[in-house]
Each structure stands twice: as C-alpha cells, then as structure tokens.
Design a binder for this molecule. Structure first.
Ligand code: SF4
Length: 280
C-alpha cells in the first residue's frame, strides 16, 4: 500500500483491510472484486491484484508459508528485488536490505556509494531491524533536503557530513501532460452510464471507464459538458468531457448507476460520475 502513497493516506485503508482480511489464507479466499473494493480510492490497483494473486500462490504452492528464497519470492506477482530483499530481512532475519530512494540516499551520503554490499559494513544479528531502521532513518533524519546532521548519531562516520560540498538529493519525477476526450453514453431517467473494461489506456487498463481517447478534433454528435484536470501517478491529464443520452447499449459496454454500485469503480471514473450528475 505504501508504494507511491503517503503513510497518512494509507493508515485508514490498512486498518480497514486487516480488519476485513485478517490473514493470508483469508485473502486468498476473497474474490478480486472484494479486494478492489477495499482498495478503492488508494489507486495503483495493480498492487491489490498482485497481492491477491500472490496470496493464492503462497497458499496453494507453498502451503501458506512465504518462501525464504530470493529467486522463489521474485517469481511471485508484484515482487521485485526490493520487496524480496525486505521480506527476507523482516521475516527471516536474513542479512539483506531493501534499497529504496531513502536507503540509497543514506548509503550515498555515508559511504559515497550505494549498493547492498554495504551491508557488510553493518555487522549485526538483527538484520530485520537494520533493514527497517535504514528506511526510517532516511525518512526522518537523513532527509532529502536539510538532513538533521547535528542530531545524527552516526555523523562521525559520514562522508557527506565531513565534505565541503553537500550534494542535494531530490527525486526527479518526469511529469507527463496528456489531453483526453471522454465520451459518456447516459440514460435519461435512470441516471445510468455505460462503461467498458476494453480500453487502451496504460494506466487504467481493464478497469471500468467510459469511452476515452487522446484528444482529436472529431466529436460529431457529442455535446460538450466540461473541462477538468486529473492527476494519475506522474501524469497530468486535461480532460474534456462529452455526453449523449441514449437507450442503446454500445457493444462491449454495460450500464452502471451513477450513484450506487456494488462493483469496484476507480476514482478516475467516479470523478466523471460527479461531473455527469450535474446534468440531472
Ligand atoms: S550526518 Fe547527516 S548526511 Fe550523514 S547520515 Fe547523518 S543525517 Fe545523513
């Protein structure tokens, strides 16, 4: 949940999630729709899908025991080098660290290089605690801008502290700006909209959306409703919303209520619902 998402945002989702899904076994028995519903609003839904798939594999293939082997962990959906290392350190106390942005910065400042061999420099029996402490240390003390070097307990061994030139570490995120036209088929009396999972969007592939296309000049037969902006991960989207009332169901589309739905609806689509409701 914390991938690309702030702790403050995650806490209520996490608490609700573990209340409803108390174990790996319980997770494996849920259907995907239920899991996506619990994740609704957090974004990056592939994380939820992978977590769910992984729980099923662990229960079936590994009798419910998370593998203690790096290669086997990496075969699981959604688990890359970072997650595999962190799981092995935290669960099995193996001498590994997960090198995320925070840890990379700490290691670069301390030793002027950044790879996990640095682990040899911290001899400990508490490998899990070390892996966790490095992440927390990077987030709270050795921060990207204005690290708290005077309070830092290890400043005597820090090359950055000793050096004259203080390199700044800033996460460089490339922002992409895109413009999309969204076309909504609506039912007049029942407040319904057609959605489809067949779309070519890379960032919301296979999720329920109205017809969506990169902006072109062709809009014949559609009425303009409004313009608004939406951000998804590193993308800033300029949206132009169009609509028409219709009774026909276009192929590959289904009707959904604009107000209440048991189905999972991504936040991106809910924002469209909000705009469309002004028409009623
Ligand atoms: S002295 Fe400063 S830069 Fe070095 S590890 Fe501590 S907080 Fe980070």
């Amino acid at each position: 949940m914390l991938q690309q998402t702030q702790v403050k945002t995650v806490i209520p989702y996490f608490n609700n999630f573990i209340k409803k899904v108390a174990s790996l076994n319980a997770l494996s028995k849920k259907n995907e729709k239920e899991i996506l519903k619990l994740w609704e609003g957090l974004g990056y839904y592939r994380r939820a899908k992978n977590l769910h798939k992984t729980s099923k594999i662990i229960i079936k293939k590994y009798s419910g025991k998370i593998p203690d082997n790096f290669e086997k962990l990496k075969e699981l959906p959604g688990i890359g080098n970072y997650t595999a290392n962190i799981l092995l350190a935290l669960i099995y106390n193996q001498p590994r660290i997960g090198v995320d942005g925070n840890v990379k910065r700490v290691l670069s400042r301390l030793f002027e290089f950044d790879n996990s061999n640095t682990l040899n420099l911290f001899k400990t029996k508490r490998n899990g605690d070390l892996a966790e402490a490095l992440m927390e240390f990077g987030a709270l003390i050795c921060k990207p801008i204005d690290p708290e070097c005077d309070k830092c307990k290890i400043n005597k061994m820090c090359l950055y502290y000793k050096s004259e030139i203080k390199t700044k570490f800033k996460k460089k995120i490339k922002i992409k700006i895109r413009s999309y036209d969204i076309f909504c088929y609506l039912k007049k009396n029942t407040k319904k909209i057609t959605l489809t999972k067949s779309n070519n969007l890379s960032f919301l592939k296979k999720f329920n959306l109205p017809k969506i296309k990169e902006t072109t000049k062709k809009k014949k037969g559609w009425k303009f409703l409004c313009k608004y902006k939406n951000s998804i991960s590193n993308k800033k989207l300029n949206i132009n919303l169009y609509y028409k009332f219709s009774l026909k169901t276009p192929s590959k589309y289904n009707w959904y209520y604009l107000k209440k739905n048991n189905e999972f609806i991504p936040t991106f689509t809910k924002k469209i619902f909000k705009q469309v409701l002004h028409l009623y």
